[in-house]
Design a protein around this ligand. Structure first.
Ligand code: ZN
Length: 156
């Protein structure tokens, strides 16, 4: 495993669209594990592949880590897709490993259902709410080249 370099504000890769993962090979698995390690190392709760310079639709996240005193519960999502969104919205202050020391409030759906493929190639679903839902919306936005400050700008 290796810690990867996080692409920062101003890097054009952050505004590019990521491509679907067609085959879950060793390279994809290694990348996903590296992403998790890189996220933990930088005290993040989520990371998208484009943030480490790879334009693939892969997201990792762990919201238990900040809530339960260092307990790790990392998730790896290949080709995640939001398939339903609640009408109710919540406003939460967000940050991003690609924008160090920048925080702002973003309005997002309170609940989302996300469909994805796991590392074994199985289709799975997550019903997420609150911080987990916010995190997933933030990370899946990254896969479409959208950063949280774009959402802030469109909501103002
Ligand atoms: Zn981010």
């Amino acid at each position: 495993m290796a810690i990867r370099e996080i692409r920062k504000d101003g890097d054009e890769i952050l505004s590019k669209k990521c491509r679907e993962v067609e085959v879950i090979d060793d390279k994809v698995k290694e990348l996903a594990q590296d992403m998790l390690e890189t996220m933990y190392k930088n005290d993040g709760i989520g990371l998208a592949a484009c943030q480490v310079g790879i334009l693939k639709r892969i997201v990792v996240y762990d919201v238990a880590y900040i809530q339960e005193d260092g307990k790790r519960e990392g998730h790896i999502l290949i080709n995640p897709k939001i398939i339903s969104r609640s009408k109710s919205m919540i406003e939460v202050e967000e940050g991003c490993l690609s924008f160090p020391d920048v925080y702002d409030n973003v309005i997002r759906h309170e609940k989302v259902t996300v469909e994805y493929t796991d590392l074994d190639g199985k289709k799975r679903k997550i019903n997420a709410k609150d911080i987990e839902a916010v995190c997933l919306q933030h990370e899946i936005d990254h896969l479409d080249g959208i950063v949280f400050l774009d959402r802030v700008a469109e909501q103002k």
